[in-house]
Design a binder for this molecule. Sequence first.
Ligand code: XMP
Length: 523
Amino acid sequence: MRTSDIVEAPAAPRGILIVDLGAQYAQLIARRVREAGAWCEIAPPARALEVAKRMDLGGVILSGGPASVYAADAPKIDKAVLDLGVPVLGICYGMQWMCQALGGEVLGSDHREFGRTEIAIGDAKGLFEKIEPKTVVWMSHGDRVERLPQGFKRLAHSPTCPEAAVGDPKRGFYGVQFHPEVSHTRQGSQVLANFLYGICGMPGDWKPGSIVDREIARIRATVGDGEVVLGLSGGVDSSVAAVLLQRAIGDRLHCIFVDNGLLRLGEREAVEKTFREHFHMDLAVVDATDRFLASLAGVIDPETKRKRIGKDFVDVFQKEAQRFASAKFLAQGTLYPDVIESTNVHGGNTAVIKSHHNVGGLPESLHMTLVEPLRELFKDEVRAIGRHLGLDARIVDRQPFPGPGLAVRIVGEVTRERLDILRRADHIVTSEIERAGAHKGLWQYFAALLPVKSVGVMGDARTYESCCALRIVESQDGMTADWASLDRDLLARISNRIINEVRGFNRVVLDVSSKPPATIEWE
Ligand code: XMP
């Protein structure tokens, strides 16, 4: 493609604005809206109007939040969001704020409602189309709407919440006291779909195929006829970014894979096979094992390990990237949750712009322009477009693997020998769990090496070897996690195989700590 072929960045599709009124609700609503096939953006209340004005706006959703509308620290929303000429759905706190802003009254309630509740639908038109007359929803509120604003009527009630759903269909204003975005609300997706399609008339064009077309057009508009360097880790995000970029700019994409010697069994070979042999990408593999292991020699402190690995990575990547002197762009697999400004509990806005764990510091030192083709997407969408682009399920559905690799799964010094035994034990853990189909629903499942030597017996001989910890967790986002157990036979098989096949471990333990207070990794 020459400069003359440069494409204009595509206009954003018609979208829903989600105003984040605190806690974790807004992201979940956004994921549900996107799943339902509608584009949406999240903005904190202070920026809601500004964002609404640059969007092709189809409707507004006001999220739930932990504050009381009459509290001093309640998030402040400009009432002009109700004058944008589009339908508005207020959820929980969002409903209470809307009712109060339009002249209704909100009071603290004697009955806190928390958890599953059955509501009775009074008016099945519009928001409750196709919803059963009695349906289970998830409530979480203390306050309640006492007096409705003019023009509003009750649409649903529960035994303790007379105004469980309200609306003024003429103006397209609706409020629900329950949370349609959580899976415990049985027909929550249908309620959201009714709002998006029946009420806002959204086009339903947010599908993997159209996401790919849009991202490709955006990449082309940014990069023009330039060249791009991408650090490929073999994880979901960088893999999907690579395939998207290749679709957009072909062989002007150069991938660099740094083998830091801290990878899982067969990982480097799998990356080479997928990206070089299958996708025919220009892939440079740099074996920097010796350098990383030399930096880690004698290091026990986990933060020092991380710092050294981070620095080595930047140095190795930078040196390799210099080979592509004509490349002015650096691609990164940053996701939407990393760039969303979210509203904290006190109504203030916190910009949670995290630097990407694994390539932090690169753009500045390389003087390259960033290309982030996934920065408007959630992980579920990245996986969906990965599938659409023909990436193997083993990559698209793989468990997260940290940038510092097995170094954060070895307590104490990282040595070649320890890496070797951990790698073999970890392969047994993952392959047995996957073979049994037990990985579905798990966030991560792996082995960690504890440098605790203890006595064992093997045949007639005494052994004095390390301990292997099994870490198997369920989680939504890695921020909190619950330990998970496995079928006893499966655990027994994993344990037997590790002890019999991996010389260096004579004991296997199951980690039964949740996060917090523990962490997922063992460092
Ligand atoms: P912890 O151990 O803090 O981990 O409970 C939470 C989640 O983050 C992953 N993790 C990382 N991912 N680079 C990454 O890309 C890192 O440096 C890193 N450290 C931890 C971890 O695997 C878990 O899913």
